[in-house]
Design a protein around this ligand. Structure first.
Ligand code: NAP
Length: 288
């Protein structure tokens, strides 16, 4: 069978870009895969693992060969990268991204001319980062959101969908604004709360604390091991939605504080019971 894309360029050989490259290669989904990453370590690792056929430190004329460019850098770096590389693209090349926030990127990129842009967000990952953290099978059985704009070409959407399905993921189409609202609740809020919790516990500055830290603290702060650049950019790009979720969180947390202050047994029981019901529902739906 003829591959869907003859030449794929991946900008950013980190956890997500690196995992895409590994899987494209393993499944022989494209005869030529080019990686672009500023760090020599990410490039070296990608070449060593044979995840890419060639690796460059910056965008350049070699991009004129690419049928598909995948932007896999932190959210706020994606539009500047696109502006830098668009002059090199061949006519009608396709471009997608994997950024965790979609509105800002899709609004700007779908207005640009000369290439086909389709925003994307794979719902897969870990708290680890860099090409060293890349995993085969990272996308198997996971959702991969695509956020086409009104003018998106149907054949392009179909081609990208096929590629993603070949990586083992299931494509879900969403409006970018709806994506950002939902992911502010199911992903961005839990992640920022994990960092806040880590900082709050650290501020107690008791040298004995780490020795006694157990599974609750470990589970609750796991995602605070993610790169700070990534969460800085997500907060800058999805600012309004994240602020809404944070204000709501403060209200909910305030209710809990009041129940503790009052020593109100039924209030406390109700609060914890309600939370547990939600958790059980997530478990039953196997979404965790
Ligand atoms: P990562 O492992 O830290 O990789 C980030 C990559 O972007 C690296 O290759 C980095 O490499 C490059 N980069 C960083 N800053 C850059 C800049 N200013 N300009 C150009 N390149 C830059 O992070 P990741 O987890 O793969 O995240 C990549 C994207 O995927 C982000 O937009 C993130 O929101 C999204 N995402 C992450 C997850 C997750 O769970 N981790 C899940 C879904 C989506 P060099 O320094 O070598 O250039």
């Amino acid at each position: 069978v003829k591959p869907l894309f003859q030449n794929i360029a991946i900008v950013g050989l980190g956890l997500i870009g690196g995992s895409i490259a590994l899987e494209l290669k393993r499944k022989k989904l494209s005869p030529r895969i080019i990686g672009i990453s500023r760090s020599a370590e990410n490039r070296r690792e990608a070449l060593k693992l044979k995840a890419v056929d060639a690796a460059y430190s910056r965008v350049g004329s070699f991009l004129s060969e690419a049928d598909l460019v995948i932007l896999a850098a932190p959210v706020k770096a994606i539009l500047p990268l696109l502006k830098n590389l668009k002059g090199f693209l061949k006519k009608d090349a396709m471009v997608t991204d994997v950024g965790s926030v979609k509105g800002e990127i899709v609004r700007a990129a779908s207005r640009m001319k000369g290439f086909h842009f389709i925003g994307g967000h794979p719902i897969a990952g870990t708290e680890r980062s860099g090409m060293k953290a890349a995993e085969r099978d990272l996308f198997r059985g996971r959702k991969w959101i695509l956020t086409p704009a009104p003018g998106t070409s149907k054949p392009c959407l179909k081609r990208l969908t096929s590629l993603i399905e070949n990586l083992g993921a299931r494509v879900v189409l969403m409006d970018p604004g709806e994506h950002d609202r939902i992911f502010s609740a199911v992903s961005h809020l839990p992640n920022v709360v994990a960092y806040a919790l880590a900082n709050a516990v650290a501020s107690l500055e008791d040298p004995d604390l780490p020795r006694f830290a157990g599974s609750s603290l470990r589970d609750m702060t796991r995602v605070a091991g993610s790169p700070p650049e990534m969460w800085r950019d997500i907060c800058l790009s999805n600012r309004e939605e994240i602020l809404r979720r944070m204000r709501n969180f403060e209200g909910v947390f305030g209710r809990l504080r009041k129940a503790v202050e009052k020593g109100n047994p039924s209030g406390l029981f109700k609060f914890f019971d309600q939370g547990r019901r939600f958790r059980k529902k997530l478990e039953a739906q196997r979404t965790l």
